[in-house]
Design a protein around this ligand. Sequence first.
Ligand code: FES
Length: 82
Amino acid sequence: MDKPVIIQKRSLKLEMDPGTYFWCACGKSKDQPFCDGSHKGTKFMPEEVVIEEKQIFPWCMCRYSDKGARCDNKHRSEERRV
Ligand code: FES
């Protein structure tokens, strides 16, 4: 598995309580957007995300964001066209 699985070509905005979360970087988790351990055996590792205060967080679901777990709208760019 060289490339992550693209779940959808837009972010997933969720209201998040303060806490520590592990974003799925491989796209194989059945508990999107969070890691469920399905990355084992791949080169991917989850990203730890610490949320300090309650907020709407735009989780990256295409896995090409330059900001890791946070969507940066890369899924809209021409070069990626994911
Ligand atoms: Fe995808 Fe853990 S299941 S990074």
